[in-house]
Design a protein around this ligand. Sequence first.
Ligand code: ARG
Length: 275
Amino acid sequence: MSPKRQTVMMCAPDYFGVDYVINAWMDGNCGQVDKALAAQQWQAYKNIIEKFADVALIPPQPGLPDMVFTANAGLVLGEAVVVSRFVNEERQGEEPFFDAWFKDKGLKVASWPQEIPFEGAGDALWDRRLPVLWIGSGYRSDVNAPPALEKIFNREVIQMKLVDPRFYHLDTCLCPLAGGYMMYHPEAFARESLEALEARIPEDKRIIVSKEDAAAFSCNAVDLDGHVIMNGASGALQDRLRACGFTPITTPLSEFIKAGGAAKCLTLKLVEEEG
Ligand code: ARG
């Protein structure tokens, strides 16, 4: 049986910019986004995604410059979705738009405790082989998010404590890939979290990302049909991905990196099979 065709949620960068500072990348970048270049980069990236998946667009909203980062809209499994509760006030205005859009698409919005910050698929990543959800904590999603998600989705969750402010969302430093491969930047994690990862992912399935590649948002990748799409990756990382059977595709996303996001952050997979 061939897997169901993927649908990827995206949001056009009509109102995108760095208008405030809520992560280390945005610091010093207020007003520095080249909007025409951002639009061009986003379109080129969308064209790549459309080779492998359908794209479903949520209309952008004025005054919500980070809404382009749809990874943070919520977390989907089967027909169910948990809509994000942003820790920063600057992004909380996005929540009702995401909520209404998911309902309109026929997804069932799970109830979520208002007092627990959780930033969706920016911080919660389904493993592609194990029945496990990897969850980031330390910067955005609250330590109480994992048990709440475990209850809703009935899947084991593994909490990954983030320790470097440049890697503040889990998807900036970890990327589960098809076949049980895991691409990640070890220095972004607390010792005990790395040990938890190493206990689950055999050595031959680990794709270690260097400081330089991590700073180029290589971990912030989207895997579709054996392709790994990202802003950039060194020759060594691309070779390692090829050796594991993947085809790397790079596409420049410099304007979005000024806001602390890249390829993965700009997408949300809407087809996540229950299994
Ligand atoms: N400026 C956004 C923020 O700080 C960037 C979000 C990037 N998204 C992600 N999934 N890593 O919230």
